[in-house]
Each structure stands twice: as structure tokens, then as C-alpha cells.
Design a protein around this ligand. Structure first.
Ligand code: TXA
Ligand code: MG
Length: 309
């Protein structure tokens, strides 16, 4: 990918001045600030309308930066880092004392990720400091996978939105916590439970079965378009619903396309794009066919379920 060094330099300069900028990552676009700037981090919360008790992921470019942010790092972390960094994985570790309270909403832990996207990496390297960032959408809306989505939510409120074209992965990183007795999956993503278990050589627990959500972010409404999202197990059920009432609808599925109805492919890559397109087209209902393949996909089911609440 061609990188516009001038733009990267400008973005780093804006971050140094306490501004917030948006940039592409391989998962979704992020809205970032400078780690040492508590006021700028606060600005992200305000811009997004994000609840203050929902911590942020700190993005790093180098392995050494991780050592300066976390402590009591278990062996499991190094196994994961070896295999998946840089890439769409976030790991929650014990936070080192003295590291920003703001990013972790007062928790004793810190979520760390090393993105693989060349623009994200260039920005963090140019700044020379880790970048706390969150998905660049208004709180509750689908995450942005192209620059235009970021502009849709923030208009001219951001001084700069770096352009990297469409994000390769299309859904947010897998989040795993290593601060519990067993490694625990907090948010499913494109790196699957199986892959994590294979690399760690042990079972990974799935969060959410307990009463209190371990990842504060998972208790809020998420990924939601304005249209109502309805999930169906069977094609027949979905078709019967279509007959009921005349509404503007979109069908999301891996295979089904109905003549005369707006149909979009269901995949990590296309999901958020389709949800936002539905809003632009003033679709009233999004009907999702959850076939067995979709049902086996933890990450996709997680986003669809949250979008349908
Ligand atoms: O792919 C991604 O992860 C994107 C790109 C921009 O890197 N970022 C992203 O950030 O999705 P956000 O803020 O939308 O989601 C971060 C998730 C939330 O569910 C939050 O609660 C969780 O990570 N999280 C952050 N710090 C945590 C911590 N210390 N302990 C547990 N969960 C944490
Ligand atoms: Mg988000």
C-alpha cells in the first residue's frame, strides 16, 4: 500500500497537539489520541458518546512498548504474540502502575493490540508513543470499515481522517484476557477460539456466562443500525415473514437472494457496510438468515445478536 508520509506526519503532529484523529486498521477504523494526554483521551469519550466505564485498547507498534505498559506477563502472552502480532488480536494483561487511568476506566488491567495495517503502524511509529483508540463510530453504531463511514458519524468534528480504503478484516479484533485463572475470550473476532486454543495448547473460556460482563463493552447495545435487525434460522421462516407486511427490507445471508429484494452477502468483510447501507437506503427491516455455517461462527453471531437487540 502506498503511504502518504506527509499525511502521517500531519496526523502525528495533531496527536502531539492534543487532537483526536481517525485512522484505518486491518479490522475497522480507529479514533485515537496520545497515551500521555488524558484530556485528548477524554475527548474521544465525549465525541463518541462512550460511557466512561468502557475502557479503550492501547495500540502499539513495537514489542518493547508492551513491556512498559503491562506487568506479570504470563507465558501465554508470548505464545500469542509470536503467532498473532501484529494482527487482529487484543490481549488484556495486568497494567503497570503509573500507566494512564483514563484508558482503562480505572481497571487494574490494560488491553493491548499491535495492528498490522501499514498506516496505523506508521502513525504510531511517527508519534513514538502508544495510541489508545476505539472504533471510530458513534457509540452504539456499526463500526466503520471505510473512511466515509467515519465522516458519516463525525462530519467535520475531526481534524483528520486518514484514508486506507476498505478494512481487510471488517470486524473488530478478537479480545482475550490473560488475567484470570484460564485464558478467557472477551470478544470473538476473526482469530477464532480454535486458533487461540491451538496456539496456547489449552482450553480458552468464553466470557459472558458469568453474571458480570468481564469486558465492560459487551454490556452495551452495539453495532446497531436504525433498521430493525431480525434473525432467522430457516429460509422458509424468513420468506414467510416477507409475505406478512409490505416494508422496505434488506436480506443478509451467505447464499439467499430473493428477486425484487435488496440482498447483501453476510461475511465479516461486508457486515458493517451492509448495516450502514441499509440506513442510507432507509431500510426498515434487515432480515438475517443464520444458516448452520453462520451459527458456528462465534464472531459473526456475536455481532448479529448485539445488532438485533
Ligand atoms: O479491532 C479493534 O479492536 C478496533 C480497532 C480500532 O483497533 N477497536 C475497537 O475498540 O474495537 P472498541 O473500543 O470499540 O472496543 C474495545 C473493547 C471493548 O469491548 C472494551 O470493553 C474492551 O475492548 N476492553 C478494553 N480494555 C479492556 C480491559 N482492560 N479489560 C477488558 N476489556 C477491555
Ligand atoms: Mg466499538
Amino acid at each position: 500500500m502506498e503511504i502518504d508520509q506527509k499525511k502521517i506526519f500531519l496526523a502525528a503532529e495533531l496527536l502531539r497537539k492534543g487532537e483526536v484523529v481517525a485512522f484505518p486498521t486491518e479490522t475497522v477504523y480507529g479514533l485515537g489520541a496520545r497515551l500521555s494526554d488524558a484530556r485528548a483521551i477524554q475527548k474521544i469519550y465525549a465525541l463518541k458518546g462512550r460511557p466512561a466505564d468502557n475502557p479503550m485498547i492501547v495500540h502499539v507498534a513495537k514489542k518493547e512498548e508492551i513491556l512498559s505498559l503491562a506487568e506479570d506477563i504470563p507465558r501465554d502472552f508470548f505464545l500469542l504474540m509470536e503467532q498473532f502480532f501484529p494482527g487482529p488480536l487484543t490481549v488484556v494483561l495486568k497494567k503497570k502502575r503509573g500507566v494512564s487511568e483514563q484508558v482503562s476506566s480505572g481497571l487494574p488491567t490494560i488491553a493491548l493490540r499491535m495492528p498490522s495495517h501499514p498506516i496505523a503502524r506508521a502513525l504510531i511509529e511517527s508519534l513514538g508513543e502508544p495510541v489508545p483508540a476505539t472504533s471510530a463510530n458513534l457509540s452504539g453504531r456499526p463500526s466503520p470499515t471505510i473512511r466515509e463511514h467515519v465522516l458519516e458519524d463525525f462530519g467535520d468534528k475531526l481534524p483528520l481522517v486518514l484514508d486506507g480504503g476498505p478494512c481487510m478484516v471488517g470486524i473488530e479484533s478478537t479480545v482475550i484476557s490473560l488475567v484470570h485463572k484460564a485464558p478467557t475470550l472477551l470478544r470473538p473476532g476473526s482469530i477464532s477460539l480454535d486458533e487461540l486454543e491451538k496456539v496456547l495448547g489449552k482450553k480458552v473460556e468464553i466470557a459472558g456466562k458469568q453474571e458480570a460482563p468481564m469486558s465492560p463493552g459487551m454490556k452495551y447495545r452495539h453495532y446497531a443500525p436504525k433498521a430493525k435487525v431480525i434473525l432467522f434460522d430457516e429460509k422458509e421462516e424468513l420468506m414467510a415473514h416477507v409475505q406478512k407486511k409490505l416494508l422496505k427490507r434488506m436480506i443478509l445471508s451467505t447464499s439467499l437472494s430473493v428477486p425484487g429484494l435488496l440482498s447483501r452477502a453476510l461475511s465479516f468483510h461486508s457486515l458493517y457496510h451492509a448495516l450502514r447501507e441499509a440506513d442510507q437506503k432507509e431500510v426498515e427491516e434487515i432480515l438475517v438468515l443464520c444458516d448452520p455455517m453462520v451459527k458456528r461462527n462465534l464472531a459473526l453471531m456475536n455481532r448479529l445478536t448485539l445488532a438485533s437487540l
